[in-house]
Design a protein around this ligand. Structure first.
Ligand code: SF4
Length: 434
């Protein structure tokens, strides 16, 4: 099998990893056009400074000895298998880089033989790239749970970002759906990477030439909808992962049914994309808006509201805290107003030092009043009278979008994918501005 046949198999297998965007597009070039979007391995990701970069996204191998029930590469599947050599990975990356297709590499792998064997070969691929080819571009590598800690450390010295996938939101689901994996094997390398990053930050201050260890931080990925955990459970787990392991990102991946198994949702179940979207929104609230998981979600209603984003949902359940006077409210309270994001709150704080703000000045500052109007006053004046009950507020906010229900919650999914909302939803996903 030549390198490009392997690439077709291994890039296809890598697309189910959500920690960097998938390469699912298959548009080819034709006469009079320029460029082609083939399904072989290029995807986009965002660097720490917000730049969008294209990555070669591949598995080193899909010949897995594990048997995770939700995975296309599991050993019991009859499926074409391929394994790159470390040199092939390095050469492919350099070749793509020189042709200006990509700016970096996202490398993951199935478990070939043992976790140690797999990690050693991934490390060798990165060593060739860094030391022999002098490649200084971005590398995101997956650490293999269960590998020797020394190997995790060596991987961290070669990659910019390392991730260890938590896969399923509870130990019980891990035991039933990924019987070869253990909670300990997943959390141990996360802890090692966290300690390594902290020690490296101190060493860099003391010794100028200290090599960097995982400079872009670590992340993880969780599959949503393959197992029965609620959003309440998932958000509390996310919060503890951020606090305990200092993760940069938790990625959520809506489960795509690919295998028939009595323990998994049936093959005709649609991926819970809206649920994934709401979890990403809640995740932004945890990371940038000062919310605790216990404020966003209640054990009595353990799923995020399908029709409004989690910040709106919090606000309609705390009507006593509103309306907020934009000329006097503190930064933390402004951040809690639906429609005012991090940038908007900062602009308001800056602008009101020199002038009293009214609704026109808010518009000029780029504040989206469509939602904010229900929750704010400017100089004591309201633009829209605050509905008095939670139900009437919810109705007022959602009525322009009330076209249908939502698949994930037993009704038909419509409003997220209505044309007028696509732009808004995509914008929120990218910027986290609610
Ligand atoms: S370890 Fe599990 S999830 Fe990873 S490739 Fe193997 S079967 Fe798939």
């Amino acid at each position: 099998m030549d390198m490009y046949e392997k690439l077709a198999i291994l890039a296809e297998a890598a697309k189910y990893d959500a920690s960097c965007s998938s390469s699912g597009n298959g548009r080819s070039s034709s006469e009079g056009t320029i460029g082609a979007a083939t399904p072989t391995g290029c995807c986009h990701s965002f660097t720490a400074d917000g730049r969008c970069i294209s990555l070669l996204k591949i598995l080193m191998s899909n010949a897995c000895v594990y048997d995770c029930k939700y995975c296309i590469s599991r050993r019991s599947n009859d499926f074409p298998r391929a394994t790159f050599t470390p040199r092939e990975i390095a050469e492919l990356t350099i070749e793509f880089y020189r042709r200006n297709y990509i700016e970096g590499l996202f490398l993951s792998s199935a478990v070939v033989g043992t976790p140690d064997w797999t990690m050693e070969h991934m490390i060798e691929a990165l060593r060739i790239l860094r030391e022999e080819y002098g490649f200084a571009g971005y590398i995101h590598a997956k650490a293999i749970p269960g590998a020797n800690p020394i190997l995790t450390h060596r991987l961290g010295l070669l990659a910019d970002r390392v991730s260890v996938n938590i896969e399923l939101p509870s130990e019980k689901s891990l035991v039933s759906l990924a019987p070869d994996k253990t909670k300990h094997n997943i959390l141990e390398p996360m802890g090692l990477i966290k300690t390594g990053i902290e020690e490296n930050c101190e060493d860099i201050v003391k010794y100028r030439h200290t090599p960097k260890f995982v400079p872009a931080g670590q992340s993880t990925q969780m599959i949503i909808g393959a197992s029965p955990e609620t959003d309440y459970h998932i958000l509390h787990l996310t919060e503890s992962l951020y606090k305990k392991y200092g993760l940069k990102r938790v990625y959520y991946s809506a489960y795509v049914p690919l295998q028939e198994d009595s323990l998994l949702p049936s093959l005709d179940t649609r991926p819970p994309l809206l649920r994934e979207h709401r979890l990403y929104q809640a995740d932004w609230l945890l990371r940038f808006y000062g919310f605790e998981a216990s404020e966003i979600i209640d054990p009595k209603r353990p799923m995020l509201h399908p029709e409004v984003d989690p910040k709106c949902s919090w606000a309609v359940n705390h009507l006593d805290d509103f309306p907020v006077e934009v000329n006097t409210a503190d930064y933390e309270m402004l951040l809690r107003v639906p429609g005012i994001g991090v940038k908007g709150a900062k602009r308001i704080i800056r602008a009101r030092r020199s002038q009293k703000l009214d609704f026109d000045s808010l518009k000029r500052l780029g504040i989206v009043l469509k939602r904010a109007k229900f929750f704010i006053t400017c100089g004591g004046k309201t633009l829209q009278r605050l509905p008095e009950t939670t139900e009437s507020m919810l109705w007022a906010i959602t009525s322009p979008n009330r076209i249908g229900g939502f698949t994930d919650y037993g009704m038909e999914q419509l409003s997220l994918f209505e044309p007028m909302l696509i732009k808004e939803a995509s914008f929120e996903c990218l910027t986290g501005e609610f």
